[in-house]
Write a protein that binds this ligand. Structure first.
Ligand code: ATP
Ligand code: MG
Length: 777
């Protein structure tokens, strides 16, 4: 047997070396599904399957890259390069680019990101004189998106009275008209939005049998990770492509289906066996990721769901620490708990920042966590916010480049036609839009032929429009000889962008300049890197495609060691030694918007299951008794999900009000003091019960001990510890967090002396005396 195959257990090996036919692996979190997919690809290649014939679809491009790297170490880099791997969107964008003309799109079609779509929809709503409070552009976009993902085209929409009725009932009778206009405008601009990448692929495969055949023959082996979260459109693509050879392997976990709100259909996994003949079903039961406590706790949660496939998940890993549940008074306290716990773990276990992840239900929750991490100087990174490529200054540069390859691109044009300012005002732009719609041409074409049109624009402005056209055309000429980096460098200089951002001397302006520089660096890398990648030509179009589809998760700069902050949705498939799940409060998690039906609540529960199963070593669940939401302090109750976990796996820590004051952070109030010599007590009962009207922040009365002596700042980390020599087995001690305990063992020497302490609440802990804040009683 090949050596790498010995890195799989028997249950994993079976599907890995099952070469042909349809198969599904249904298994719980951390059981090696992704690992099996990876090794299976390596195995297929070792069996002589040409990597060109293998298509692997993953949840993120980052996951695809990691799989590719792993495969490269097994079969060699040059072979692995030729694999087709990536997200549905990135793989099918490539195919659409090859086949674009069949659908009437230019080869260099633009990909509109969500921001572009939003802007276009907002302007259509405005042009149609609709009430923007009723026609909220984000809601309209999500409605259009769900039509597209269910393959409901504009024509199908207007043929379906039920849909029209539903939108009319929702006070949006013009939704179909907006949809129609939006689709036409995208098409005229030579642009596809994210959903089009799937919708148009479906159209391509149904309308052109010869194209379908071509790709069926090409992708003889198809593999799909996270199959439980495919939507209808993705499902149909996989179904069509795999129809000829039926060598399809999908892996998934129904318990981790968390995208129903975006159209994912759990039935895709449940019905797989009906879709193909002789489906082999595999199950993996051993979890390799997490401790027993975490695995068992996760099992006890998902047990509460009625809709699920029966699955066993167990682990041979250590018992591990119990899941720590922490209650805070406010979201600020919660942030401080997270930061101080990370800090303590780091110094006690010498682990990097990247071992920690903080997961939350909604993006807004990151702020309190960020504040606390910043105070502690703990580097962090937020994933899933505005991606680098969506920042204004970056989008400005990219918009110029988008116009170079596709001057019809309406959103790019509107963005930069008057930025930096060139005296082309909104009225002019509005007139151009109207004219372009009338002539059924792009705005750029109208501008180019402005003298031949009847657009009411004065001659001075006409000249400015002409200048803009000439500038873009000169970039197009340059693009024929220059590489992406050279072109972008030229564009940023000659368009006036650099000057504009330099002029702005504020710190924000400086950051913007740095970001543009980083973009240019990235382009340089791209130009260099393209020489090594087989499935790329290194064109500007390709660069723009990569950035349009790059999620924040993909743009891993890899250079800094940071704590990861992200929503649970984004954490799917990932793993971290230490995981904090914060904001476990009713109405927040489970979300107030998802408690209407049992199936919604079950999706929230699956989300909690996903969150908890990201943890390898230690999980923390935190909640606050009050929290700022929408600018107001609201009381909250602990999430029902905490109660649903079997108690034996939990450790409820000392309530926050008993240790709220943290001398390591707040010592500057006193000047430098020795941390373990400060006593404090709450000025009043600090627990806010539900229903109390207490809204004042709780104040603490600090009572410094009488013998308080200033100590040097370094004393908390040097070896001349208080306890040198005088802490003995049998001593009673008090710890800031764990409370009272008895020393039962002392080991080590010098700066590494550790004490094993049996705490009255919270079990036995081994603490490094150098850092532990103990007080002998
Ligand atoms: P999820 O459902 O969260 O996506 P998964 O089923 O895809 O999880 P993997 O990510 O493939 O699980 O594996 C979880 C962890 O266990 C990884 O770190 C992986 O390397 C490790 N692992 C899986 N199988 C084995 C094995 N046979 N021996 C050692 N480690 C393993
Ligand atoms: Mg996985």
């Amino acid at each position: 047997m090949e050596k790498y195959l010995s890195q799989l257990n028997e249950a994993q090996l079976e599907p890995t070396i099952q070469k042909d036919g349809p198969m599904i692996i249904i298994a719980g979190a951390g059981s090696g599904k992704t690992r099996v997919l990876t090794y299976r690809i390596a195995y297929l290649m070792s069996e002589g399957i040409d990597p060109f014939n293998i298509l692997s679809l993953t949840f993120t491009n980052k996951a695809a890259r990691e799989m590719k790297d792993r495969i490269a170490t097994i079969v060699g880099t040059s072979e692995a390069k030729n694999l087709w791997m990536g997200t549905f969107h990135s793989v099918f964008a490539k195919i659409l680019r090859i086949e674009a003309d069949k659908l009437g799109y230019p080869t260099n079609f633009t990909i509109y990101d969500t921001q572009d779509s939003d802007r276009l929809i907002a302007s259509i709503i405005k042009e149609m004189n609709l009430d923007k409070d009723i026609y909220k552009y984000k809601q309209v976009r999500s409605r259009i998106s769900s039509y597209k993902n269910s393959l409901i085209t504009v024509r199908a929409y207007f043929q379906n009275p039920e849909l029209i009725e539903a939108d009319t009932m929702a006070r949006r009778p013009r939704l179909g008209d907006i949809y129609k206009e939006y689709v036409e405008r995208c098409f005229k601009a030579g642009a596809m939005d994210f959903d089009d990448l799937l919708l148009k692929t479906n159209e391509l495969l149904t309308r052109f049998p010869e194209v379908l055949m071509k790709y069926q023959n090409r992708f003889k082996y198809i593999l799909v990770d996270e199959y439980q979260d495919t939507n209808h459109s993705q499902y149909l693509i996989v179904r069509a492509l795999s129809d000829k050879f039926q060598n399809i392997c999908v892996v998934g976990d129904d318990a981790q289906s968390i995208y129903a709100f975006r159209g994912a259909n759990i039935n895709n996994i449940l019905n797989f066996q009906k879709d193909y003949d002789d489906v082999k079903v595999f199950r993996l039961e051993q979890n390799y990721r997490s401790t027993k406590n975490i695995v068992n706790a996760a099992n006890s949660i998902i047990d509460k769901n009625q809709t699920k496939l029966d699955k066993v998940v167990w682990t041979a890993n250590d018992e591990g620490g119990k899941i720590i549940v922490n209650r805070s008074l406010t979201d600020g306290d919660e942030g401080r708990f997270v930061a101080s716990t990370i800090w303590e773990n780091k110094i006690q276990h010498h682990v990097p920042n990247s071992d920690f992840a903080v997961l939350y239900r909604t993006n807004a929750q990151s702020r309190a966590i960020e504040d606390a991490l910043r105070k502690r100087d703990i580097p962090y990174r937020i994933y899933g916010g505005l991606s680098f490529y969506q920042r204004k200054e970056i989008k400005d540069v990219l918009s110029y480049l988008r116009l170079v390859i596709n001057p019809a691109d309406e959103e790019a044009l509107k963005r930069v036609i008057n930025f930096p300012a060139r005296g082309i005002g909104d009225t002019t732009i509005d007139r151009l839009v109207v004219a372009a719609n009338g002539y059924k041409r792009s705005i750029f074409e109208v501008m180019k032929n402005i003298d031949k049109t009847d657009v009411n624009i004065n001659s001075g402005t006409k000249a400015k429009l002409q200048d803009f056209v000439t500038m873009i055309e000169s970039y197009q000429v340059l693009n024929q000889t220059a590489d992406v980096f050279e072109l972008a460098e030229h564009v940023t200089r000659t368009s006036g962008l650099i000057r504009e951002y330099k002029k702005d001397g504020t710190p924000e302006g400086v950051t913007k300049m740095e970001n543009i520089e980083e973009l240019l660096n990235g382009m340089k890398d791209f130009v260099e890197g393209q020489k090594e990648i087989a499935d790329t030509t290194g064109s500007l179009a390709e660069f723009l495609e990569d950035v349009a589809l790059a999620t924040d998760l993909d743009a891993d700069k890899g250079d800094t060691d940071h704590v990861a902050l992200m929503t649970i949705h984004l954490a799917k498939g990932l793993e971290f030694p230490y995981v904090f799940i914060v904001g476990l409060e009713e109405d927040l998690f489970p979300s107030a918007m998802s408690m209407g039906t049992r199936s919604e609540l079950e999706e929230e529960r699956r989300l909690f299951y996903v969150a908890l199963t990201r943890a390898e070593k230690q999980a923390y669940l935190t909640y606050a008794l009050s929290r700022y939401r929408w600018g107001k302090l609201v009381d909250s109750e602990p999430s029902r999900f905490i109660e649903e976990i079997d108690e034996q796996y939990l450790e409820i820590t000392t309530p926050i009000e008993e240790r709220r004051f943290n001398p390591m952070l707040d010592a500057d109030i006193f000047g430098d003091v020795e941390p373990n010599k400060i006593r404090f007590k709450p000025a009043k009962q600090a627990v806010l019960k539900k229903g109390t009207t207490e809204k004042e922040p709780v104040k603490f009365q600090i009572t410094p001990p009488k013998n308080l002596k200033p100590v040097s700042a370094s004393s908390s980390t040097d070896n001349t510890n208080l306890f040198d020599g005088n802490l003995a087995v049998g001593n009673m001690v008090k710890h800031m967090r764990f409370g009272m305990g008895e020393v039962i063992k002392i080991e080590g020497a010098g700066g590494d002396v550790k004490a094993e302490i049996k705490f009255q609440h919270g079990g036995t802990k081994k603490l490094l005396l150098k850092f532990a804040k103990l007080e002998v009683i």
